[in-house]
Design a protein around this ligand. Structure first.
Ligand SMILES: *Cc1c(COP(=O)(O)O)cnc(C)c1O
Length: 377
């Protein structure tokens, strides 16, 4: 997954310290694959996955829209050249003054999941379009988004009814099936819930127009994942099943699936040691860990492929840890990671599939380690 362009960059530039290198060609390919897989859906790139200006500019040029979660992300999308009508404020948890600021920047599309948030939007962004997020069980996802966002479908009906009463445009329903979702049936269950909200409100004369299918499209780590085409087909047949010939406007919000496989982190082995002479598990300490950008190794949720110059030689299980003085900074221990016995201190390793959810998760200077550097090529 390290493209030749990435390998050439690392070989010629020899950056010191851990760093992420993102190949823009891969981002472009991913965007086109989503367009092809879901030709009738608008693509709103989830900015939080990787907000590097070069990535945002490329996607803006290619015609992408943007899902943002804060005023700063709205401004990044605008700076990249996206017009305000291609930006949504998709966080369900917003300060009223941030809603007002986004509204003054031209944003007219907002996510909600409760009546209280609808009331903020009616005051701070009058007349805007709102969509209500429904809960999903997150089953099948490696990084579930659980119960923090969304409400049950019956409550979504109340929320959108209230939006209409406050002269907002009750625009649609959204959901997120959980990140790194490899179960193609997850969208079918969520689309069934969305349809129930559409149907109940239609009976009252409130006609919703849009379903926001969210993100969740996976990137390949160690196991094969279904390709964009398979997701497109599963989503389209679920839309047909639940909405028949009356398929609403749809949008998707890929984050991980847009940039995950476009990036590789270069790291260095700082130490290899044991806790006792007779231990058969070695501890391998890298110069990057949970606080340097690999936060998604929390609970060993995301397991990244690690490439070394010794691959193909005999391996043994290792505990993999980061360089900081926090004992939580251990990435893989419950399920040790097999690494070559010939791996030595000072070796470089490549951590693949790290284009999403790494740079922005890096701490500012815990133990004095600088945030993860990023090169977009
Ligand atoms: C994080 C997020 C996404 C992107 O999710 P991925 O699983 O990375 O595709 C999309 N929509 C919303 C509302 C999000 O919070």
């Amino acid at each position: 997954m390290a493209t030749q362009r990435i390998l050439d960059f690392l070989a010629t530039r020899r950056p010191t310290g851990p760093c992420l290198v993102v190949d823009l060609d891969v981002v472009g390919d991913n965007f086109r694959a989503f367009q092809k897989a879901l030709p009738d859906s608008k693509i709103f790139y989830a900015v939080k996955a990787n907000p590097a200006p070069e990535i945002l500019r490329l996607l803006a040029q290619m015609g992408s829209s943007f899902d943002t979660a804060s005023v700063a992300e709205v401004e990044m999308a605008l700076d990249a050249g996206a017009p305000a009508d291609r930006i949504s404020f998709g966080n369900t948890i917003k300060k009223e003054r941030d809603i007002a600021r986004a509204f003054s920047l031209g944003i007219r599309l907002f996510a909600v999941d409760c009546v209280e948030e609808v009331e903020k939007i009616a005051r701070a962004a009058p007349g805007s379009r709102v969509f209500c997020r429904v809960l999903t069980d997150g089953e099948g996802a490696e990084w579930p988004l659980s119960r923090k966002f969304g409400c049950v479908p019956a409550m979504a009906v109340d929320v959108l009814r209230r939006a209409k009463a406050l002269d907002l445009d009750a625009h649609g329903v959204s959901f997120h099936v959980g990140s790194q979702q490899c179960d193609l049936t997850a969208w079918d269950r969520a689309l069934g819930d969305a349809k129930s909200v559409f149907a109940t409100l239609a009976d009252e004369g409130i006609v919703l127009k849009m379903v926001n299918i969210g993100g969740g499209f996976p990137t390949r780590y160690l196991k094969d994942v279904p390709v964009a085409k398979a997701y497109g087909e599963a989503i389209f047949s679920a839309l047909r099943k639940h909405f028949g010939n009356n398929i609403p406007e749809t949008i998707i919000e890929p984050g991980r699936g847009m940039v995950g496989n476009a990036g590789v982190i270069k790291s260095e082995v700082v130490l290899i040691s044991k806790k006792a002479d007779n231990d058969n598990v070695r501890w391998v300490f890298l110069d990057i860990g949970k606080f340097g950008g690999l936060a998604e190794t929390m609970d060993e949720a995301i397991r990244y492929p690690i490439v070394t110059a010794h691959d193909g030689s005999e391996t043994a299980p290792c505990v993999l840890a980061g360089p900081t003085c926090d004992s939580a900074d251990v990435m893989y221990e419950k399920t040790p990671y097999p690494l070559p016995l010939s791996l030595t201190i000072g070796d470089e390793v490549l951590i693949e599939g790290t284009g999403a959810y790494t740079t922005t998760y890096a701490s500012v200077a815990f133990n004095g380690f600088e945030p993860l550097r990023s090169y977009v090529i």
